[in-house]
Write a protein that binds this ligand. Structure first.
Ligand code: DX5
Ligand code: ZN
Length: 226
């Protein structure tokens, strides 16, 4: 049985009260932090100094998602800040294998993200260098978008490749994950689920985290186990 992790995205949190917002997701497996530079994506969020401070006050490990162009230059500093995982976009990196190795050398898990239009085949040879593969299920840049069901075959291909290669690489999905879509993503083979609006839009974010985890676990276990 595969373990399911729910990583709430603070993109949907109140940015003026981040410490309190972090406390509302104490049931999270990790907290997903979206870093955007208004260049790789048409939106701007927070940078290294703020992420370093979040790392100091968060009771849960941090999972950074870097949607930035100059990722080869910046990503190693996020790993140095002590984050559990640092994920960069393949489309933004000039030297992805080198970068993944630099992240691991700094004690962080190495994550590689793919935009919806990037074929999964483009990363498969690099799986041994990775701890996490992030498959975007919306165009990166904004929370609250609709889950792209056309990404389900890509998730299946990634799961088959990871299992076939016998590597320990988590498959993370990000974008449009909620109580209605998480089962399909889990059934296709994802095991880490980022959810922004579905968690912070709920009355009690921790309850939302628990419910999403149960839904994903049910989908993994299959109908026989219910
Ligand atoms: C979007 C970000 C996501 C975003 C997801 O580019 O990478 O992490 O917060 O938000 P929801 O879960 O609302 O789609
Ligand atoms: Zn994200």
């Amino acid at each position: 049985m595969r373990t399911c992790c729910i990583n709430p995205s603070i993109l949907s949190a109140d940015f003026v009260n981040l410490e309190a917002e972090l406390a509302r997701v104490s049931a999270a497996d990790a907290v997903h932090v979206d870093v955007m530079d208004n260049h790789f994506v048409p939106n701007l969020t927070i940078g290294l100094p703020v992420v370093e401070r979040i790392q100091q006050v968060s009771s849960r490990p941090l999972d950074a998602h870097l949607m930035i162009s100059e990722v080869d230059r910046w990503a190693p500093s996020f790993a140095e800040a002590g984050l559990e995982s640092v994920t960069f976009h393949l489309e933004a990196s000039a030297a992805p294998v080198k970068l993944a190795r630099e992240l691991r050398a700094r004690g962080s898990k190495a994550g590689m993200a793919l935009r919806p239009a990037t074929p999964v085949e483009s990363c498969l040879d690099m799986l041994p260098e990775l701890d996490l593969l992030l498959l975007m299920t919306v165009e990166p840049g904004f929370g609250g978008q609709e889950f792209l069901d056309i990404m389900l075959p890509k998730i299946r291909k990634a799961r088959a490749a990871v299992d076939g290669a016998g590597v320990d690489v988590a498959i993370q999905v990000d974008g449009g994950i909620n109580g209605e879509t998480i089962g399909r993503a889990a059934e296709a083979g994802a095991n880490i689920f980022v959810a922004g609006s579905a968690v912070y839009g709920a009355e009690d974010p921790n309850t939302a985290v628990e419910q999403l985890r149960e839904a994903a676990q049910r989908a993994h276990n299959g109908p026989d186990m219910e």
